[in-house]
Design a protein around this ligand. Structure first.
Ligand code: BG6
Length: 479
């Protein structure tokens, strides 16, 4: 249910707040979706007067929001909601200033958005509770990565759990807010067509790829400690895998959906010790070209160790030990500085049991999240003319075209509105995050124990050669 509330953004001058959260809040304001009394208060250690913060926010929102949607009068109106507080979130004493601000709007509840480094989550939660700011009319939003390992995720979850009840906690994975990701659930659970074939008897394998052309940009210090496994695979890719593989929930509500997702995470076959050599590939980009421009190797990036062995690419062969999926490999890969930006899921069906035509190929379903949103099935059809020559033809659902009158929402718009409306269906529950780390931790340890240095790949390529052999040994190849 929607509550009158203020939103406090810790890390209010950081990239996430300026590039994603404020533009999303502007759109929600423009469409009259925000509670009328809602104030948005940026918090960081930087000393800034309110006017300077508003200028900073405006600069970023103007750059991000399409011209036709950015109206000066709407901005003026929106900026009245904005405020700024300079404080050190690790210092208990500084929280009294926050208390004073909140007291001036006592009828409002409060949403705390922790757009900060994860090492601050525990102290911020504890300080909020110590200052009586974690009551039942508050919610807390935390961003991935939640921790660095199972141990650190447990410790964050315990600290957050001591201050807030699980119903008050919203763990964001922005991939769950993407339109096509939700369409995946609609496709599977609102169309009777797919269910009978959505299983090992008919599916050969599944590929989930999130390929980026960008490098680490100005996040070298964070990324060099994280790498592709912690930054992307532990959260975004595993969440996509859960949505492809989970059973139909009994209802479309937060607990029913999350119960099914967690079962998949618990059914992932462990990869540990020497298995990492057969089942995983790590890579790191070297110098190369992206769209004709020369780009530096990862170890030349700002704030990255020159001898870094952090992976900027990872591919993993995953198996799910349950009735539906035993024997179906799920290939996951993600990397930075690859040739093309694409995020897609491929469901590769098995070939027909008895082939009448020599050029017949097995069908596949493509679910593309980015750059365009589309779902298509490749079917075999006869080419015109004499003889039975077959070719694959695409049956396409172009979502942008089908719903062209509807504005495409950014993931953060939907997710922020869900927090305001207290709907946690698209957020990760504590046990999900822990189950994901439980599976990822042994891989990270395996890499360390067997000193698996990342394989170099040129920027602008498709990743390290070895990533292809992961699939080739099973007679398939990346889409
Ligand atoms: C973030 C990662 O969670 O997702 C980034 O930290 C990555 O490294 C980004 O670039 C990708 O998100 P999107 O929405 O651009 O695919």
């Amino acid at each position: 249910m929607s509550m009158p509330c203020d939103m406090l953004v810790f890390g209010g001058t950081g990239d996430l707040a300026l590039h994603k959260l404020l533009p999303a809040l502007y759109h929600l304001h423009r469409e009259n979706r925000l509670p009328s009394t809602m104030r948005i208060i940026g918090i960081s250690r930087k000393l800034l007067p309110r006017e300077r913060y508003i200028e900073l926010a405006e600069r970023h929102c103007r750059a991000k929001i399409e011209k036709k949607d950015f109206l000066d009068s709407t901005w003026l109106n929106f900026s009245e909601r904005l405020d700024y507080l300079s404080m050190d979130a690790s210092q208990t004493a500084d929280f009294s200033r926050l208390t004073n601000i909140l007291k001036s709007n006592p009828q409002n509840g409060c949403i705390y958005y922790l757009a900060t480094a994860p090492h601050l989550f525990e102290s911020i939660a504890a300080n909020l509770a110590r200052n009586g700011l974690a009551g039942s009319n508050t919610r807390i939003v935390i961003e991935k990565p939640i921790g660095h390992s199972l141990q650190s995720a447990l410790s964050i979850n315990v600290a957050i759990g001591e201050a807030f009840s699980e119903e008050q906690v919203f763990r964001i994975d922005h991939y769950l807010g993407k339109e096509t990701v939700q369409n995946l659930m609609a496709l599977r659970f609102a169309n009777a067509l797919f269910e009978p074939v959505w299983r090992a008897a008919h599916i050969d394998h599944v590929q989930i790829s999130v390929n980026e052309t960008i490098g680490v940009e100005n996040r070298g210090a964070y990324y060099d400690q994280a790498g592709a496994m912690r930054d992307m695979l532990q959260n975004h890719l595993l969440q996509l895998l859960c949505l492809v593989a989970m059973e139909a929930p009994v209802r479309f509500d937060a607990d029913s959906v999350r119960n099914e997702k967690v079962k998949i995470l618990q059914a992932l076959r462990p990869i540990s010790g020497l298995d990492v050599q057969d089942k995983t590939v790590r890579g790191q980009y070297g110098n190369g070209y992206i769209a004709g421009h020369s780009v530096p190797a990862y170890y030349f990036e700002k704030d990255v160790d020159s001898d870094s062995d952090t992976e900027t690419f990872v591919a993993v062969e995953v198996e799910i030990d349950n009735w539906r999926w035993t024997g179906v490999p799920f290939y996951l890969r993600t990397g930075k500085r690859l040739a093309k930006k694409t995020s897609e899921i491929i469901i590769q069906f098995k070939p027909v049991p008895h082939s009448l035509f020599s050029d017949s190929q097995a069908n596949h379903l493509l679910i593309r999240l980015q750059p365009e949103e589309r779902i298509s099935i490749e079917l075999m059809a006869k080419t015109p003319g004499k003889g039975m020559r077959l070719e694959p033809v695409e049956l396409e659902i172009n979502l942008a075209k089908a719903f062209q009158d509807n504005r495409r929402w950014e993931a953060y718009e939907r997710l922020l509105l869900d927090v305001i409306e207290n709907d946690s269906t698209l957020f990760m529950r504590r046990d999900e995050v822990e189950a994901a780390w439980h599976w990822v931790d042994p891989i990270l340890r395996g890499w360390q124990q067997h000193y698996q240095r990342p394989r170099p790949y040129p920027a602008g390529s498709n990743g390290p050669e070895l990533a292809h052999s992961l699939l080739e040994k099973n007679g398939c190849s990346w889409h």
